[in-house]
Design a protein around this ligand. Structure first.
Ligand code: HEC
Ligand code: HEC
Length: 277
C-alpha cells in the first residue's frame, strides 16, 4: 500500500523577519522553512527509512521554531521547548505516571502534548495533527522513528505506531480551566499565553511581546479600535497573522476556552498596558 502525504501550501510563513532579526538570528539555522515536498510514505518502509523522512518533516513543519537539537546542552537548551537531543535516551522508559514505553511517550507527545507537560516548560505545543504541522498518521510514524534516533535506534513502523488520534479532544487543553483565575495577569498565566508572549517590551518569544503601544499600532494600521483588534487576535488568530511570526501557531480555540468575562478582562489589561503582573 502506498499512501500520499498531502500538504497545505496556503500557509507557508515568510522567511523574512526584518523587525526581529536579532532574535531570529539565533534560530535561522533551525527555522529555515522550505516548501514542503510531496513524500510517499510506504507501509513497508523500515524504521530506519522512516527516520530519514521524519528528520525532513521535523525541519519542514515548524517543530524547530520551538525545539532545538543541541548536543550536550541538557533538556533546557536554547529553545522555547525541550532540547530534542538525547530525547530517546532520557525517555527510554517513557515517563513516570504516564506512557511506559519510548514509542508510546513520543507518540502521545505529538498528539496530546498536554498529557505530560515537561517540567520547566509551558503547555504551548500545538497537537501535531493540527495546524501548523498537520501531520498525517504516516508522517507521525516517520517523526516518531526520527525522534527515536535522537539517543537511540528507530523501531517504529506504520503498523506499530500507537493510535492517539482523537485523544486530544479529552485532553487538558480542551477543557476549560478548572480554577478560574481571578486577575488578568493570572489568566495570561493559566491559559499559557506567557509561554509565547513576553510581558517584557521588545522580547520576542514565539509571538510578539504584549505591549500596548504595539497592539494599538497594529489596530490603527488595520483601521480598527484596539480592543476590537485584540479580541479578534485572541478568538480568531488566523485572521490577523503577519509574516513576521510562524503561521498558525497561536491556538485558535481560545474563543471556546475563555468565557466572555475573561476575554474582556484580558483585552482591557493588554490594551491598557498595566505592566508586568
Ligand atoms: C510552539 C512551540 C512548539 C512547537 C511548534 C512544537 N513543540 Fe514540541 N514541545 C514544546 C514545549 C514547550 C514542550 C514541553 C512542554 C510539553 O511537554 O508540552 C514540548 C514537548 C515536546 C516533546 C517531549 C519532549 C521531552 O523532552 O519529553 C516532544 C517529543 C516534542 N515536543 C516534539 C515536537 C515535534 C516533533 C514538533 C513538530 C511536529 C513539535 N514538538 C512542535 C513546544 C513546541
Ligand atoms: C503557541 C504560542 C501562542 C500562545 C499559547 C498564544 N499566542 Fe498569541 N500569538 C502567537 C503568535 C505566533 C502570534 C503572531 C501571529 C501572527 O501575527 O502571525 C500571536 C498574536 C497574538 C496577538 C496579536 C499581537 C499583535 O501584536 O498584533 C494577541 C493580542 C495575542 N496573540 C494574544 C494572546 C493571548 C491573550 C493568549 C492567551 C490567551 C495567546 N495569545 C496565546 C502565539 C501564541
Amino acid at each position: 500500500m502506498r499512501i500520499l502525504a498531502t500538504y497545505s501550501w496556503a500557509t507557508l510563513p515568510s522567511l523574512i523577519v526584518l523587525g526581529f532579526f536579532v532574535w531570529f538570528a539565533n534560530w535561522i539555522p533551525q527555522t529555515r522553512w522550505e516548501p514542503p515536498k510531496l513524500r510517499v510514505i510506504d507501509a513497508a518502509m523500515s524504521p530506519a527509512e522512516l527516520a530519514v523522512l521524519g528528520q525532513a518533516i521535523v525541519r519542514e513543519r515548524g517543530c524547530l521554531a520551538c525545539h532545538t537539537i543541541e548536543p550536550g546542552a541538557g533538556i533546557k537548551g536554547q529553545g522555547r521547548g525541550p532540547n530534542l537531543d538525547g530525547l530517546a535516551a532520557r525517555r527510554a522508559g517513557g515517563v513516570e505516571g504516564g506512557q511506559a514505553t519510548l514509542v508510546g511517550y513520543l507518540t502521545e507527545s505529538l498528539y496530546v502534548p498536554s498529557a505530560h507537560v515537561v517540567e520547566g516548560f509551558s503547555n504551548i505545543m500545538p497537537a501535531s495533527d493540527k495546524a501548523p504541522a498537520k501531520l498525517s498518521r504516516e508522517e507521525a510514524a516517520a517523526v516518531v522513528a526520527y525522534l527515536e534516533t535522537l539517543g537511540g535506534t528507530a523501531t517504529v513502523t506504520l503498523a506499530t505506531l500507537p493510535d492517539f488520534a482523537g485523544a486530544a479532544a479529552t485532553s487538558a487543553t480542551a477543557e476549560p480551566a478548572g480554577d478560574v483565575p481571578a486577575t488578568p495577569a493570572a489568566m495570561l498565566e493559566a491559559f499559557d499565553c506567557l509561554g509565547c508572549h513576553s510581558l517584557v517590551a521588545g522580547e520576542v518569544l514565539v509571538g510578539p511581546p504584549f505591549e500596548a503601544a504595539l497592539l494599538k499600532a497594529a489596530a490603527t494600521a488595520r483601521g480598527v479600535d484596539a480592543e476590537g483588534y485584540v479580541m479578534q487576535a485572541i478568538v480568531d488568530p488566523r485572521a490577523v497573522e503577519s509574516p513576521d511570526f510562524p503561521a498558525e501557531t497561536m491556538p485558535d480555540d481560545y474563543g471556546e476556552r475563555l468565557n466572555a468575562a475573561q476575554l474582556y478582562a484580558i483585552t482591557r489589561y493588554l490594551v491598557e498596558g498595566e505592566g508586568a503582573p
